[in-house]
Design a protein around this ligand. Structure first.
Ligand code: DCM
Ligand code: DCM
Ligand code: ZN
Length: 264
């Protein structure tokens, strides 16, 4: 996701974490403001472009070597490359958090990678997660990955400021508490096991990757390449984007709660 997606995931998580969890992470982040998580949610995106952080670039995705739209699926041994992937990153950074190596960088990445694993093209290897598939959006030339990360969420919300993220997060929080997601939200936490981050996050990756076959590339690459996608394609994508951001935030809240009570 872009800035808007990551900050929204963080704000949703803030809305659901236990009071003790908030105190715990505000203290580590040395930020007791109402944006204590959202303000660090994009740190790992900047880090990966620095010389010191280059190693972390593969930690944002897992390149599933499947064949959308006919066959979708993620396999850890097949798809997590030698230089790492988002599932391995969630494992390693969760272990560090539980081991009280609680520096700011570690917390930032935990928030960031749980968000990214919910973007369908972060669980797909085809054409570098769609980065090499040229499309137009509102007449502007871009690529398929970028419209999922940024253009479509921003069109939906109307901006990408911290206030926009807060507003979107509060809407999705209400949908989880009393709206369209109220019946299913409990099931989003099924299989969440802080002692087994690989199984837990692979389940999220598998679930997310299915949308590559159904919604991202429903008729294959030919159906999107060099096409204008701000019309019907966008309308079909919106419910998936909303659901995936909501799931990511709700799951991040639980993950941080489990870290806060489990830390040694
Ligand atoms: N950004 C964004 N959406 C935009 C433009 C920029 O999320 N429409 C983000 C990307 C960068 C930051 O804002 O993290 C600054 O971008 P830039 O330097 O490209 O303006
Ligand atoms: N990305 C991905 N899968 C890949 C390569 C990149 O999901 N195989 C993501 C990471 C960024 C975006 O695509 O969110 C752009 O990556 P880059 O800046 O490396 O081109
Ligand atoms: Zn991306």
């Amino acid at each position: 996701w872009g800035t808007l997606g990551h900050e929204t995931v963080a704000f949703i998580a803030q809305n659901f974490v236990a009071a003790d969890t908030q105190v715990f992470f505000s203290s580590i982040l040395q930020d007791t403001s109402p944006q204590y998580l959202a303000k660090v949610a994009t740190w790992a995106d900047s880090f990966r472009y620095t010389a010191a952080g280059k190693f972390s670039a593969p930690f944002h995705f897992i390149d599933a070597e499947d064949s959308p739209p006919d066959s979708c699926g993620v396999k850890y041994a097949r798809d997590c490359g030698k230089s790492g992937c988002v599932v391995g990153a969630i494992l390693n950074y969760t272990s560090q958090l539980l081991d009280s190596s609680l520096d700011q960088a570690t917390i930032n990445v935990a928030a960031k990678f749980l968000g990214d694993i919910h973007q369908p093209l972060h669980d797909e290897g085809l054409d570098r997660g769609g980065n090499s598939i040229a499309v137009t959006f509102g007449g502007v030339a871009t690529n398929l990955h970028h419209i999922w990360d940024t253009n479509m969420p921003e069109k939906l919300v109307g901006g990408y400021s911290l206030d926009d993220a807060q507003r979107w997060a509060n809407n999705l929080t209400a949908e989880i508490q009393t709206g369209v997601y109220v019946d299913e939200a409990k099931s989003w936490l099924e299989g969440v096991d802080i002692a087994d981050p690989v199984t837990t996050s692979l389940r999220w990756a598998e679930e997310t990757n299915k949308y590559v076959c159904t919604t991202v590339l429903p008729t294959g690459k030919d159906g999107v390449e060099n096409q204008e996608l701000s019309g019907d394609y966008y309308e079909a994508a919106v419910p998936v984007i909303q659901l995936q951001i909501a799931r990511a935030g709700y799951r991040l809240a639980r993950w941080l709660d489990l870290i806060a009570v489990g830390v040694r």
